[in-house]
Design a protein around this ligand. Structure first.
Ligand code: SF4
Ligand code: SF4
Length: 290
């Protein structure tokens, strides 16, 4: 069987906010949610080689070759005009990488890394690649000490998790809302599979963090916060919660008109959660608004 190839939107050589310690992060292309509030909307779509982004590029870094979009990174000035031009929120600058390609990146920086995180997009949509990559890291004597984490929207089903968990050290899972209709409005999908994934991962001891995005007027009300508290409690003691605060960077459509989440609102939600004696609780570290 040929080695699986990953379609990668971006490689981040260092990150201290995508799991424990210092991590190499791969943002995989493609997502099965369609959140207006997504901060990386160009990772959602999968390119269909339509060519609509070519005229938007001021440096001719994009062309069609045999009907496929081709990208010349030596001509690219990182202006992102192509991302804005794409009608399906895809990225013509993706890299196709083998497992061995990623191992080379890890070995270059291994002395400074604690692990590898796959994010997105939704990384589990490229399940075969992620499984092969994590298995290769675990099997390499010089890399096996690196932890392998997944940042996920939780839409993967139990059969999919079963293929991944033996080579995964932890999963950071987003819950966008507890009210099913609100979740559908925020993501385009229901939340039953997300909640089931959280339960499955907690039971397996692989739920590294639950993340909850506070959007003013949508997910910062007491019903949602209390539902988060009760759900975290139901998963067992010591579930790590992270509150994120909605901001405007990258968002599309109606989300541009949503108010941003301010510090006072996050502190109010945090106080309600802390009164319930759950945690640990992690708050946004950088405030763009007072
Ligand atoms: S980001 Fe690069 S490829 Fe995209 S439009 Fe700008 S120069 Fe062209
Ligand atoms: S990135 Fe978007 S606009 Fe460009 S070729 Fe692919 S689908 Fe078309």
């Amino acid at each position: 069987m040929p080695d699986p190839i990953g379609t990668i939107s971006r490689v981040l050589r260092w990150s201290v906010v995508d799991g424990p310690g210092n991590r190499l992060v791969l943002f995989l292309q493609g997502c099965n949610f369609n959140c207006p509030g997504c901060h990386n909307p160009h990772t959602i779509g999968v390119c269909n080689d339509c060519g609509d982004c070519i005229p938007a590029c001021p440096t001719d870094a994009l062309t069609l070759v045999d009907g496929r979009i081709a990208f010349d990174p030596t001509l690219c000035t990182d202006c992102d005009e192509c991302l804005r031009a794409c009608p399906i929120s895809a990225n013509p600058m993706v890299r196709r990488m083998s497992v061995e390609d990623v191992l080379v990146l890890l070995r270059r920086d291994v002395a400074f890394l604690n692990g590898l995180t796959v994010s997105g997009g939704e990384a589990t949509m490229q399940l075969k690649f992620v499984r092969a990559l994590f298995a290769a890291v675990k099997a390499a004597p010089d890399l096996a000490h690196l932890t392998c984490f997944v940042d996920s929207n939780g839409h993967l089903g139990p059969q999919g998790w079963a293929k991944l968990l033996d080579v995964t050290d932890g999963v950071m899972l987003d819950i966008k809302a507890f009210d099913p209709d609100r979740h559908r409005n925020l993501t385009g999908q229901g939340n039953e599979r997300v909640l089931a994934s959280a339960r499955l991962l907690a039971k397996a001891g692989k739920l590294a963090e639950l993340r909850f995005l506070l959007v003013p007027g949508q997910t910062d009300n007491t019903d949602e916060i209390d539902a988060l508290r009760d759900f975290a409690r139901s998963l067992g003691p010591g579930i790590r919660l992270r509150l994120n605060a909605f901001q405007h960077h990258g968002v599309r459509g109606p989300a541009r008109d949503w108010p941003v989440m301010r510090r006072a609102g996050v502190e109010q939600a945090a106080a309600r959660l802390m009164a319930a004696d759950i945690g640990p609780l992690v708050l946004p570290s950088v405030w763009l608004n007072g």
